[in-house]
Design a protein around this ligand. Structure first.
Ligand SMILES: Cc1cc2nc3c(=O)[nH]c(=O)nc-3n(C[C@H](O)[C@H](O)[C@H](O)COP(=O)(O)OP(=O)(O)OC[C@H]3O[C@@H](n4cnc5c(N)ncnc54)[C@H](O)[C@@H]3O)c2cc1C
Length: 454
């Protein structure tokens, strides 16, 4: 294998879509309305512009950036709030793909628009893997790192923490490369970028030797078990998720994903786990949803990328029509925070598909929700009932305020920006860095003005 080898992939073939009609270098980049839907994935948000650029190559981006006074990067549109919205123009990076594996450096460099589900099988085939994945494989790398998207695991940091280097097109159209090894604080500021610093064209990620995993589910774990065992339960596998509807003082399902050796005789699965019982058949986290959409369970062994996400690439993840919110507290406060939210159960459950509790290891990225804090994330998959969700959210947020709660940047929250900013000790540094990258506010939108710049 060459040191930098371009792997011909299905992902690259996908790049030959209608967006190739984009005419660059002629001073008239054509918008591609048809190829990029005007709502986010969940359809709870209509974007405020029809002007969309859809480059197929990173080299096309500087001209588009220069030609627009206001512009917003767009990934796979999986955020639930207006973080990616613009009243002027968006640049969808979804067709900027490409995969370059550097086996000696243990890195892969990708076009920012590639989805993890497109990257993972290629990496696996080449003998490599990523350290973790989110619950769904459909999300773009550039948009995922923007919001510190995470999976679970007490020793696993979020997906942004795997970034080794970035290529960014700044507001003036110049191209900047930042790397973990060379650029210290400027690099740390740039990784969880919240769309504020430019258009990310390429991302270099750490890779590991490939591994296999199995996944098993237990049902009905009493909340009482979490009082003294939360840490041990969350550490009982490589990646552990607890699903609850907040009723009956219990976690409905415990999902344990662990590393395994393919071909080895499977160990018998313990029938009980802290009083919870081993699943008898495959389960969806939401009770009445068909489990076909979920990655394989029941202890069967398979590649890392077919066990770490909860949902398969070829199916609609989660519920489809839904809203999500998520709140991060220190894991040491996890039990108290769970009980504080539980007090609101009768207001929450009627509007809820399911809650998921996950753990994320602390990192040093200034705008990460797990910045300097081993975290427990309390996640809500809501029914598509915006009004009701917006009524109950302030009470959940108030209940979590004593714990220094940080909301997921890409999900729905209504936290007072003054409180929010206090939760990020390096916020001032991030604002200064964002202004250096974007002195005219080209990449600012209502979300950034409200939450970050004030
Ligand atoms: C069903 C479902 C399940 C989910 N599961 C998880 C989960 O397990 N864990 C978790 O943490 N989150 C989860 N999320 C949330 C989601 O992963 C994040 O919100 C993520 O940021 C979405 O990435 P995206 O590419 O869709 O970004 P978008 O929504 O397209 O954009 C997000 C932000 O990034 C910016 N942006 C995107 N691409 C670029 C670029 N190339 N250059 C500059 N700016 C850019 C946008 O301007 C915006 O500010 C889930 C979402 C859904 C719909």
């Amino acid at each position: 294998m060459n040191r930098r080898e371009l792997l011909q992939t299905g992902a690259m073939a996908l790049a030959a879509g209608p967006a190739q009609r984009l005419m660059m270098g002629q001073g008239n980049p054509m918008n591609d309305h048809a190829a990029v839907p005007r709502t986010n994935w969940a359809k709870n948000l209509h974007y405020s512009t029809d002007r969309v650029y859809a480059p197929t190559d990173a080299a096309q981006v500087p001209e588009i950036v220069k030609a627009n006074a206001k512009l917003k990067g767009l990934g796979s549109r999986h955020c639930f709030n207006n973080i990616a919205d613009s009243t002027a123009a968006q640049i969808s990076m979804r067709e900027v793909k490409g995969i370059f594996i550097d086996p000696a450096a243990h890195t892969v460099t990708v076009g920012a628009g590639i989805a993890y589900g497109e990257l993972a099988p290629v990496l696996d085939k080449a003998g490599f893997a990523l350290g973790n994945l989110a619950s769904l494989p459909h999300i773009s790398v550039g948009g995922t790192i923007a919001t510190a998207t995470h999976g679970s695991g007490v020793h696993n940091k979020n997906l942004s923490a795997a970034v080794r280097a970035l290529e960014i097109v700044k507001a003036d159209g110049s191209v900047v490369q930042l790397s973990r090894d060379r650029d210290g604080d400027r690099f740390r500021m740039a990784v969880v970028h919240i769309g504020a610093i430019g258009v990310i064209t390429k991302v270099t990620l750490d890779i590991l030797p490939r591994y296999d995993m199995s996944q098993v589910v237990y049902q009905n774990l009493s909340f009482d078990q979490l009082e003294h065992n939360l840490e041990t339960i969350m550490a009982s596998g490589y990646s552990v998720s607890l699903f609850t509807d907040w009723q009956k003082n219990r976690v409905n399902q415990v999902w344990i994903k662990d590393k395994a050796i393919a071909g080895a005789t499977p160990k018998p699965l313990p029938p009980m786990f802290y009083g919870a019982t081993l699943q008898k058949h495959k389960l969806h986290p939401i009770d009445d949803h068909p489990a076909d959409a979920c990655t394989e369970q029941l202890g069967t062994i398979g590649p890392w990328y077919l066990r770490l996400p909860h949902f398969k690439m070829e199916f609609t993840p989660s519920s489809g029509e839904e809203i999500q919110s998520e709140f991060f507290v220190a894991r040491s406060d996890g039990y108290k925070a769970i009980r504080a939210v539980e007090k609101l159960k009768d207001r929450i459950t009627p509007h809820l598909f399911i809650t998921e509790l996950r753990s994320i290891a602390a990192d040093d990225l200034p705008m990460s929700m797990a910045h300097q804090r081993d975290s427990l994330a309390i996640h809500f998959t809501w029914k598509p009932e915006t009004e009701a969700v917006l009524k109950v959210l302030p009470d959940i947020q108030n209940a979590l305020e004593p714990f220094g709660v940080r909301p997921h940047w890409g999900k729905v929250f209504t936290i007072d920006p003054a409180y929010l900013r206090k939760q990020y000790p390096e916020l001032e540094g991030f604002r200064t860095f964002a202004k250096e990258m974007d002195p005219t506010g080209k990449f600012r939108n209502a979300y950034l003005d409200h939450n970050i710049f004030g």
